[in-house]
Design a binder for this molecule. Structure first.
Ligand code: GLP
Length: 252
């Protein structure tokens, strides 16, 4: 596991973009697990800018959805699939045939989860997982407690996660109480995982993720048991972790 500390949000996004671009240059047909949330948006903007300048080409990648609210169709303004399309798929000109959507509006959501997990495995697993860190340590919607072998499944959101979801839409939208998420089992098998973390409000949970007990109570802590994981934090999120070592830090 590596921790890289950037000065600020833009620096974090640039460091993450450098790593993702290098990985896609090496394997143009990479399967990429795509988190939504606020944190990776600067990274996605940079990828699109750098593709436009000819530095990289994402047209061969497969974009795999990480999580979705239950019963929400792709056209719903709250849809995380819609967010992934607007921020990642469309700007990077990834053909629709190379996009894997979590069908949270399926008649049988449990079966849809199983099918999704099988489809990921059949296509060779995840090459690059781009993740954010939930305020309670969740990854995707693997809410605490989530074991390391937790499957792709339907979960009930914690009140904290429902509140953080509501902040994306402003007042007036109902927050779904349930969601689907790619499981910890698939996340922990990714060949490369990049977690972007920004802001002082993430400082405590990042410190616990990196230095607290590895436990289902903090699902992100399982990443410490996985191969090839890079946490990229800005200084505001890294806090004491940033003070302990210098600008570019390797830990663990
Ligand atoms: C959300 C999503 C995650 C996301 C995380 C952090 O609730 N389920 O996929 O990575 O929480 O979000 P943000 O980057 O907005 O802090």
């Amino acid at each position: 596991m590596r921790l890289i500390v950037a000065d600020d949000y833009d620096g974090m996004s640039k460091l993450a973009a450098d790593i993702v671009i290098a990985a896609v240059q090496e394997r143009p047909a990479s399967s990429i697990l795509v988190a939504t949330g606020n944190t990776p948006m600067g990274l996605y903007d940079l990828l699109a800018t750098r593709q436009a300048s000819g530095e990289c080409d994402f047209s061969g990648v497969r974009a795999v959805q990480l999580d979705e609210y239950l019963g929400i169709g792709p056209e719903d303004p709250r849809s995380l699939f819609g967010w992934m399309r607007r921020s990642f798929v469309v700007p990077l000109a990834i053909p629709d045939a190379q996009v894997m959507r979590l069908r949270s509006d399926a008649a049988d959501p449990d079966a849809a989860c199983q099918e999704f997990a099988e489809a990921i495995r059949e296509t060779g697993g995840i090459d690059i997982a781009i993740l954010g860190l939930g305020p309670n340590g969740h990854l995707g919607f693997n809410e605490p407690p989530s074991a390391a072998d937790a499957h792709t499944r339907v979960i009930t959101l914690t009140p904290e996660s429902a509140a953080s979801s509501a902040s994306y839409w402003g007042a007036g939208e109902d927050v779904p109480q349930q969601a689907m998420t790619v499981g910890m089992d698939i996340l922990l098998e990714a060949r490369l995982t990049i977690v972007v973390i920004s802001g002082e409000h993430k400082r405590h949970i990042l410190q616990q993720t990196l230095e607290g007990p590895v436990s289902s109570d903090l699902p992100a802590s399982w990443l410490r048991t996985a191969e090839n994981v890079v946490f990229i934090a800005d200084r505001a999120a890294a806090g004491e972790l940033a003070l302990a070592e210098d600008a570019t830090t390797q830990a663990g």
